[in-house]
Design a protein around this ligand. Sequence first.
Ligand code: FES
Length: 130
Amino acid sequence: MKFVDVAGVDDIPPGKTRHVEAEGIEIVLANVAGKIYAVSERCGHMNAPLSKGTLYDHIITCPLHHATFDVRTGKMITGMVEHSLPDLDKAPKETQEEYKAIGMLAKGIRIHDLQSFPVKVGGKRIYVKV
Ligand code: FES
């Protein structure tokens, strides 16, 4: 394992995230009050890109089913949230049943913690150990 230069410090303002790659590994960097953390870019549920989600303090929320993770540790905080489509009851019966079946499948998929990566800042650059 080695530290890899992945971004500039100024590329990630406080409260923001950024998708980077190091040695082919997809990572999301998160700036929590000036401290940079690095976890897997892919959600531990169904691989949605977490950099497209939202960061609030140290909690990143998946854009697909809204599971939440602590970017300081990679640990899952809360599981997925079931969606409901407006006017689903007006859709054809087959569409309603298919949507419910997909929801049941998604609910049955275990959500794993995210891999967390060591970070160091040198000068104006961010390095992640992979
Ligand atoms: S893909 Fe992230 S919660 Fe489902």
